[in-house]
Each structure stands twice: as C-alpha cells, then as structure tokens.
Design a protein around this ligand. Sequence first.
Ligand SMILES: Nc1nc2[nH]cnc2c(=O)[nH]1
Ligand SMILES: [Zn+2]
Length: 458
Amino acid sequence: MKKRPFTLAATAFHTPERGILEVLEKHLFSIDAEGRIADILSPADDGYEQKKEAARAERTLVELAAGQFLLPGLIDLHIHAPQWPQMGKALDVPLEVWLQKYTFPLEAKYADLDFARTVYADLVDGLIANGTTTALYFATIHGPASLALAEICLAKGQRALIGKVVMDDPVQCPDFYRDADATTAIKETEQFIEAVRALAPGKRPLVQPVITPRFIPSCTDEALKGLSHLAARYDCHVQTHCSESDWAKTFVEDRFGQSDAASLDGFGLLTRRTILAHSNFIDEEDMNLIAARGAGIAHCPLSNAYFANAAFPLRAALDRHMHVGLGTDISGGYSPSLFDGCRHALSTSRMLQSGVHAHLPPQERGLPGAPINHCEAFWLATAGGAQALDLPTGSFRRGLEFDALLLDTRVAHSDIHIYDGYDTPEDVFQKIVLNATHGNIAKVWVSGREILKGIEPR
Ligand SMILES: Nc1nc2[nH]cnc2c(=O)[nH]1
Ligand SMILES: [Zn+2]
C-alpha cells in the first residue's frame, strides 16, 4: 500500500544491539511511500536544516514536543489470541489442568465466527494501544476464525504472524475441541496458509501464516510429520510450546525418549523460522541444537511464574547468541503489555541471581551473572524479537520498516517523571522501560501507517 511520505523530527531511543542503548537526539527520520525508513539525519549532518524546512513547507513534518520520544514498536513473540477473554483470571491450577478446565472450553467457542470477530477486534485494538506493532499469534483449530484474525490485523494495520492451531491427539485433546484427524489438520493448515497469502500477497506481507502444532503432547506423529512438510514446502514460520513445565517436559521424554527440542528437530520442525515458547527446561545440548538451527525462543517470564515450575535460563541462552524475544503468553500471562514483559524479565533475572533459598549462605544461593539490565530487556522486546522472526524491523536503521511508538511522558497520571538537569537521556529511557503504561503511548505506526486510533467506547 502506498502511503504519504513524511519526516519526523524526534529524539529516539533504540537498542539495535543487545544491551546497547543509542540515543538519537533531535534526529530527522524520513519515511518513504513504502513505509520504510529512507533516511536518518542527525543535527550535525549536512542538509539537516534544509530537509526539515522542506518537510515543513510541504506540510509533511511531524515534530515531537519536549517530553515526547520515539521508540521502536514492541514485538510479542508469543500470544494466544483466543485467550483474550480469559486474561486476568483462571490462574489457580497447573498448566495441564488449566488447559482442560478453562482453556480448551474457551477456545472451542471460536467455532462461532461472530464471537471470534468480536473478541479479535477487541484484542488487536488492545494490543495496539499497548504498543504491540508485531504479534506472533496462536489462534484456534478453526480455519474461518483464524482467517478472521488475519483480516482484522490487516484492516487495523498490525503486523501479525498467525497460526491455525493443530491438536489432533484423541487422548490428550477433548472431543469438543480437536482436529478430526491428522489428515484434516494438515489439509486445513494448508488451506489456511493459502488463504492468508491470498489476503496479504507480495514480498513484504503485513500478515503471514504460521505452522502451529500446539505442543507435542497434543499432536500425533502423523500430524507433526505432515506439518514439517508443509513448513518446508511453503517456507513458513513454525511455532510451538517447548519444555514449558515438568509435566510437559516429562510427557515428551516418556513418549520419545529424548527432549522436546530434539524431538521437534527429529520431525524437521526446528528451523531458522521456528519460535519455541517458554523452553524453561532446555539443557546445554538442547541450547546448542536450537542455536545451530537458528530457531528462536519466546521468553514468557510472567506466565512462567504460574505454569513453568522453573525459570528460563536467559543469560545462558544470550551468552550463546541464541535468538530470544519476549512473549506475553496471554492468558498464561495476565498482562498485554510488553513493557510489563520487560519488567518481569528483569525481576525474574534478578531473582535468579539472588536465589530464593534464604537459608543458604549468600554465595550458595543464586546464579551469578543472571541479571539482565533494562537495555537488554528492551532489546528482547524489540530488535531481539525481530531477529528471532527474521523481520526487517525492531530498531531505527535505514531500510527497515518504520514500526514505532510515540511515547509521551507528559500525559495526565503518567508514572514517568522527568526533571531537567537531574535526568540524563539515558535516565529517561530507563524510566520509560520501568514505568511506561499504555497511557503514555500517544501514537503507533506500523510500516509507516499511523494505526493507533484509540479504543472505541463500548
Ligand atoms: N502457557 C501455555 N502453555 C501451553 N501448552 C500448550 N498449550 C498452551 C497454552 O495455551 N498456554
Ligand atoms: Zn503459550
């Protein structure tokens, strides 16, 4: 879609490399008709003033006020779209009970296309309001409802990767919510891929289909094999849950005599375009395998606090240069905000370092080196997620898609308080990562299109 080119005069924060904050003070960002960053000029560059004046004369200049900042859009690497109505409740039982008692009955309701359309419209509005410019979604087993999610993301302008969920195992999945059999699941996945590609054709589609075996326990061998063939034939992303809890990990080991990651690899499902959710129990061998395949991990720290029985070894994964981003895992996680995701990743990493066993002497308690800092957390939520998905977004560089937020620290009731002469730009960025809420997000752009319209009153 052609858009009107424009130029932004703004102070921007981004973390193009893990842990490295770049402050682009009063830079000019030129956005082209394709929605990409055509140019970035600093005030010291030749032509800065002329360019700004020319944009002003053409009425294509967007100038941010003091206290307003530009940030890259946030990337949710793992979210269950149909669980939106369940967000903030039903977290009183372990994962395997939660699925059967609450989640499968809710997801079964998406056989009703009207219900699906109502919820998915609310969901996409809610995520955009929270600054999520890209989401990797699990939908449900239903082709029509999953396609409705794709249509809604496209209409509202959110970058989305969407999977029709496959779960065909008659022992693990209830009769009321299961693919009829492996052949049907594979056929319907293929139809879904083709339908999404027809909806969003071209080399840079805003919405893409994803092969989505829910997790090994819910799928037959035949389905897993068939899906890996589809992933290769259609060159699709793959997403699934990996080694999330004691129960999930042990289930796979009992069935295949090897880890989740090794089993997925055996089926050909571990590729550069695979995202594994959680992965709390991966060991060194798994990490080496996942890193060798170039697959990514969606770290979901809040949900892990409820379901995982263990913390994800984030520092070990980052030290191996594995691809890692952040997922909200709605509704295993109760917050739609990736700023919250950053905070939960930070606090989890700090708890890992200090250890939880106060009766042990300090030197025996935790994992030295485990803490991440706010720059690493923000990288996970932006450039790290983009790297995992192999998408040209996540930071401000010439040629990348312009997916961005206007963060306004001066709105009423803001929890970000800045004092001139006391806070450095680096301090401001840290305060944003630690205290921003959706109330601070004044505008959202995806591929150069302004998509935040606010949530309609209901
Ligand atoms: N957190 C989480 N784990 C899962 N494992 C299989 N399905 C799910 C799900 O919906 N949520
Ligand atoms: Zn999940």
